[in-house]
Design a protein around this ligand. Sequence first.
Ligand SMILES: *[C@@H]1O[C@H](CO)[C@@H](O)[C@H](O)[C@H]1NC(C)=O
Ligand SMILES: *[C@@H]1O[C@H](CO)[C@@H](O)[C@H](O)[C@H]1NC(C)=O
Ligand SMILES: *[C@@H]1O[C@H](CO)[C@@H](O)[C@H](O)[C@H]1NC(C)=O
Ligand SMILES: *[C@@H]1O[C@H](CO)[C@@H](O)[C@H](O)[C@H]1NC(C)=O
Ligand SMILES: *[C@@H]1O[C@H](CO)[C@@H](O)[C@H](O)[C@H]1NC(C)=O
Ligand SMILES: *[C@@H]1O[C@H](CO)[C@@H](O)[C@H](O)[C@H]1NC(C)=O
Ligand SMILES: *[C@@H]1O[C@H](CO)[C@@H](O)[C@H](O)[C@H]1NC(C)=O
Ligand SMILES: *[C@@H]1O[C@H](CO)[C@@H](O)[C@H](O)[C@H]1NC(C)=O
Ligand SMILES: *[C@@H]1O[C@H](CO)[C@@H](O)[C@H](O)[C@H]1NC(C)=O
Ligand SMILES: *[C@@H]1O[C@H](CO)[C@@H](O)[C@H](O)[C@H]1NC(C)=O
Ligand SMILES: *[C@@H]1O[C@H](CO)[C@@H](O)[C@H](O)[C@H]1NC(C)=O
Ligand SMILES: *[C@@H]1O[C@H](CO)[C@@H](O)[C@H](O)[C@H]1NC(C)=O
Length: 749
Amino acid sequence: MLVQAYNLIAHAFLLFLLFPYIISTNIHDCKQTERSSLRSFASTLSSPPLNWTSIDCCRWKGITCDQDGWVTRLLLPSKGLKGGISPTSLANLTHLTHLNLSHNSLYGSLETRFFLFLNRLEILDLSYNHLSGELPLSLPSSNIRIVDLSSNHFFGSIPSSFFHQGSNLTSFNVSNNTFTGYVPSSICVHSSPSLRLLDFSSNVFNGSLAPGLGKCSKLQVFRASHNNLSGLFPEDIYNATKLEEIALPLNSLHGPISDKIVNLTNLAILDLSFNHFGHDVPLNLGKLSKLKFVTFDFNNLEGVLPPSLMNCTNLVELRLGSNNLEGDISMLDFSRLSQLTKLDLRMNNFTGTIPVSLYSCSSLKAIGLASNHLEGQIEAEILSLKSLSFLSLSYNRFTNVTGAMKILMNCKSLHALSLAGFYEGEGMPSDDDMVDFDGFQNLRALNLANSNLYGQIPVWLSKLKNLEILLMDGNQITGPIPSWLGTLPRLFYISLRKNRISGEFPKQLCRLPRLLHEPIASQLDQYEFELHIFPNTIANQTLTQKLYFYPTTIDLSENNIVGDIPTEIGQLQLLQKLDLHSNNFSGVIPNQISNLKNLEVLNLCMNHLSGIIPSSLASLHFLKEFNASYNNLEGPIPTGTQLQSFNTSSFDGNPKLCGAPLPNKCRPNKDTDADNKNNKDEGNGHQQLPWFYIFTVLGFIVGFWGVCGSLIINNTWRYAYFQFMDNLKDRLYVMITIRINTMKIRLRD
Ligand SMILES: *[C@@H]1O[C@H](CO)[C@@H](O)[C@H](O)[C@H]1NC(C)=O
Ligand SMILES: *[C@@H]1O[C@H](CO)[C@@H](O)[C@H](O)[C@H]1NC(C)=O
Ligand SMILES: *[C@@H]1O[C@H](CO)[C@@H](O)[C@H](O)[C@H]1NC(C)=O
Ligand SMILES: *[C@@H]1O[C@H](CO)[C@@H](O)[C@H](O)[C@H]1NC(C)=O
Ligand SMILES: *[C@@H]1O[C@H](CO)[C@@H](O)[C@H](O)[C@H]1NC(C)=O
Ligand SMILES: *[C@@H]1O[C@H](CO)[C@@H](O)[C@H](O)[C@H]1NC(C)=O
Ligand SMILES: *[C@@H]1O[C@H](CO)[C@@H](O)[C@H](O)[C@H]1NC(C)=O
Ligand SMILES: *[C@@H]1O[C@H](CO)[C@@H](O)[C@H](O)[C@H]1NC(C)=O
Ligand SMILES: *[C@@H]1O[C@H](CO)[C@@H](O)[C@H](O)[C@H]1NC(C)=O
Ligand SMILES: *[C@@H]1O[C@H](CO)[C@@H](O)[C@H](O)[C@H]1NC(C)=O
Ligand SMILES: *[C@@H]1O[C@H](CO)[C@@H](O)[C@H](O)[C@H]1NC(C)=O
Ligand SMILES: *[C@@H]1O[C@H](CO)[C@@H](O)[C@H](O)[C@H]1NC(C)=O
């Protein structure tokens, strides 16, 4: 008994002693060489520490080893790593299969050496870093499956030899760099038949898309948007029948979109917007039953919409704006498009009425029909679109604006409503029309411009507490600007240009809450419209769908407004555009305008303003446009300010104004007189400004050469030098490693 117990204890004790050993052999200690490679990699990084301190590197964060203690995975995405990537250290991790260093701040280039020994690498993700330089001559290994180098600063063309080892490559993403040269479209012919995903977007690739993609029999996603591609749509792409997405927007491609596209039966996304494609929309496009996103806007397509499109029951977005399409759309039957959320047919030549069948597309969020030749009235059935958030019907031949507003005010989800330019000569929907008004509660943008609407600015507008953009320019509005306009809590863009508005500039307008104080970051309006609201002025799509990017604006120009520009205007610190031209404003230009530090456009021309131009205007550093012509201004144009950089036309028609940029010189004593008369304390500013100016210019020159000079040197001399050295180093390296390998082989033998 006792002996047995003793034995048991002894065994237990032995087990206890051996325990750490058993554990550690299971965890397979990392190899000494691997550890030193990793340490040397870590040593080139600055903050934050990787905490790689223990002996066993296989247990370090981000590291995975195989049975034998070779490091197989190095995964450190989004770790805030900064510093130069060290090619020498990583090159020694010869068993690496997965390398993911994406979303860090690494810089440096991928030298050929870096790739030379990583010949087991399967996955390489270096996206979202600051890496630069040209691509190495070849992929690291024939096992490579995924290469993501997107969102870096790589440049140069992709070497033709690059894909020689790419037989297993399925995914290649180099978007958002500055690559040049041709898109390597023959990639599947010679090297990589297994490709599923190719992304060349947002680079400066040019030339046409050479044939070859048709051989990518497994290709699912092909993106090359936002490059300088030209030429025709490659014919053989219609042979790549696995394609689910083709995205080529923002290029200069032209020619027809062939009906052969019906071969791509898996296609769900087809984005060809912002190109020069012409001819008809393929007649049988609608046979592609999986289509979800069809984006053809800003091309030169013509002819009618193929009825077959109405068979694409999976369609989510149909965007055909800004083409030359025509035909009666009332005949189209939208009733089967139950997934449709966005329909954009703006800026075409469509005729007919709004198709009644459209009202059964219950998912619709955005309808853009502006700038066509449509007619008729808005029907109450439109209210069955419960998600409708964006409606643009401007510039057609619709009638009955009041009727339309009375219907649409009950559309609870509406955020943007554009009814400009087609209700020629009707009355402004008045307060009598809109009795018991409590509609439009979510409306952020209202466009009633260019309709010759007569009447006053109606009070019901004061109930639109979410209104941010109000356009009523180009009408026949009479009466004063109501003071309640200044109380709309979210309003930051007002255009009342070209009406017959009278009365004074209401002081209350200078209290518009959105223009008073810098918003707290979290309040920044991230709202995005479903479609862009000013399509014809804008080539920058993404920009103008975001509400936040619209400039803060007060445009009261071309009216009959009288009196002074109120000094309270200085409170509107966030105002970017103030246009008061062609009114009857009198008095002086208030000094307080210089408080509008964000002002970019100031137009005061064609009024009766007198006195001097306050030199404090020089503090408006963002001013890009300034016009004070055709007033009664006098005295010198403040010198040494950016006011001098504007054209003389900004000052013309003020006979008593003098000094550069006007040709007439100022007479010294008279100048100071005029200056003193208006603003005593401004003389000082005058004296100092030339020096301030000189220092600014000097600073600019020094800064320019500091930054750009070194860049220029970088790109020419240093570049040539490093290329030479790199070549030399690479050659030496190859020679040495060959030696070592042959030595290893001899030892083994
Ligand atoms: C990489 O390996 C070579 C040869 O085995 C060695 O000379 C070098 O020191 C190693 N580099 C690092 C960083 O471990
Ligand atoms: C290293 O340890 C510090 C302190 O524990 C920690 O703040 C930091 O996030 C760690 N670094 C990494 C990469 O895990
Ligand atoms: C790299 O890591 C990030 C973050 O975990 C992940 O989203 C990404 O898919 C990884 N890359 C690859 C190619 O697996
Ligand atoms: C592709 O990778 C597999 C291992 O994943 C490998 O066996 C094969 O040799 C590779 N193909 C080629 C052509 O190199
Ligand atoms: C390529 O990478 C970018 C990020 O840089 C990403 O937005 C894009 O979706 C990727 N392309 C594909 C086809 O996955
Ligand atoms: C493009 O790359 C830069 C640099 O990595 C990055 O900051 C930016 O977010 C990327 N843009 C997109 C759209 O992914
Ligand atoms: C598409 O493939 C067929 C047969 O696979 C071939 O005959 C034809 O030439 C290809 N088309 C193009 C444009 O390459
Ligand atoms: C379309 O597909 C058929 C077979 O599905 C094929 O014979 C034909 O060559 C393809 N046409 C084109 C233009 O790729
Ligand atoms: C729509 O599909 C139906 C059958 O699903 C077919 O009969 C009809 O011809 C198609 N219409 C068009 C215009 O292609
Ligand atoms: C619309 O058609 C007219 C002729 O009816 C033509 O002059 C005009 O250029 C067309 N507009 C567009 C945008 O296609
Ligand atoms: C305008 O529309 C309203 C509402 O649909 C309707 O009641 C009215 O009769 C219409 N007026 C005219 C002149 O068609
Ligand atoms: C749109 O504007 C943004 C911000 O100004 C800019 O970064 C981007 O390159 C522009 N896009 C195009 C297509 O011009």
